[in-house]
Design a protein around this ligand. Sequence first.
Ligand code: PA5
Length: 452
Amino acid sequence: MAQTNLRLDARYLEPEASREEVLKWQEDVTLADERLLSGKGRGAAFRGWLDPCALAPDSLLDEICEAADALRSNSGALVVIGIGGSYLGARAVIEALAPDSAQRVYFAGNSISGDYHARLLAKLQSERFALNVISKSGTTTEPAIAFRIFRQRLEASVGREGAAKLIAATTDANRGALLKLARDEGYRRFVVPDDVGGRFSVLSPVGLLPIAYAGVDIRALVRGAAACAAACANRSLDANPALYYAAARNTLYSRGFTVEMLAHFEPRLAFVAEWWKQLFGESEGKEGKGLFPASLNLTADLHSMGQYAQQGRRMLMETFVVVEGGEEGITIPANGGLRDGLEYLAGRTLASVNHEAYRATALAHREGGVPNMTIRLPRLDEENLGALLYFFERACAVSGYLLRVNPFNQPGVEAYKKHMFALLGRPGHEEQTQAIREKVEDGPSGCEITFA
Ligand code: PA5
């Protein structure tokens, strides 16, 4: 069994969330984690992600690798169609671990932008591409529209039978229009397990098929997650960074810190932060509660959001994700006499300068009143990233229970959909259509301001 080498540095949480304060949560955390594992908590039907080896057993990993190989050998690119939890995990891992994969992976159906999709179609004009359409419900508007468009393009170029060999559908096991279509057309099929919600599905076929297509070692990814799951058996806050993280953020939340920024110094982690935002935002943001999850891409955002972080309204806490090693070494060259004031850096690696930028930022933000902690990864590879994903999933579920919400539902997501369906005139929504149109079109007068 692989070891989990992630560490949590909590020193800059003092004084707002001192070690003593955080440890006071031990009993609550133990209860929350027990409830999670025993299935006695809210949303217990959605805990299929808890054991990564059961979610992705060897036989399934073999099947996924086989399908990915077959798709790779017949295409130069894969278009992954999905939104929210049916997309963010794959993108997070691929951008972190295979940013320059020769086998390119594109994403569609995560917006309704005509411009974005037209550009992608143009880019794929002379490319033989494969499709992986991912939707548990099979009815989500954005991916359903995109699938129509890309399937039509594929069929126009290689014929219906040829397209069927290049399409994989990841769907509910038993229900839905997409499942029926996949069966009728003979697409390769994978299942979104019933007991796994979208935002916890990255280590199921939802994430693993596109990740495998990009050339990432999915066995090592799952191994890393499994190691973290095993390490989580110890519920002592002193010996479990994931549980300590859950307790620390709740300590700060109870003291008025209402925004958590996930900050990293490695652009390849930008989509891990996007995935994390969905995980915590959808899991905790309900019943008028929850830390608002935001992200900082550093050092770039130190030149934009850095001002607010340092001196704006004091409601911010921050979690750094820091990769300690394994980076390609680029050394800063001497400047041949040009006086730019940076000669003292000649000979240093970018990695070492980046590390000092992190240490400086963590201290400056601490001194500016932003309590912060750091999750340290020894290197950015499959095992460590798998462990990090599981770390956040486990922490998120426990944190949601500490907050006394159901971390596995997302009832608020339906509100915009109802209005949109009514506005679009979806059959069955006729009654609402008129009412919603009136609301949207007849706002109080005097609210539209134009330049005179
Ligand atoms: O986390 C979630 O449950 C959501 O983000 C869903 O994954 C997202 O809405 C897509 O749903 P579906 O897979 O049914 O198309």
